[in-house]
Write a protein that binds this ligand. Sequence first.
Ligand code: ZN
Length: 86
Amino acid sequence: MGTAAVVAKKIMQLSKAEIAKRRLDEDGNLERFCSDCEEWWPADREFFYRQSRRGGRAPLHTYCIACYLERVKGYRLKRKQLAAAI
Ligand SMILES: [Zn+2]
């Protein structure tokens, strides 16, 4: 089975909520909506991290890599600030 067939099969298994976050660009490439910056990015690993296998239905992360890293940085900073305040 080719890669396109595998992707097509995965898309057919997506929930309504997941489908709402996907679209095709003019060239027919799959794009994904980042819930954080609210921008559309190519749905590949260059722009989105893969999620852990447990979820199953959401192979790519809800946030683009840039937003994800921002959030992780934010968490780390907050953790440091909280720890320092004690
Ligand atoms: Zn983003």
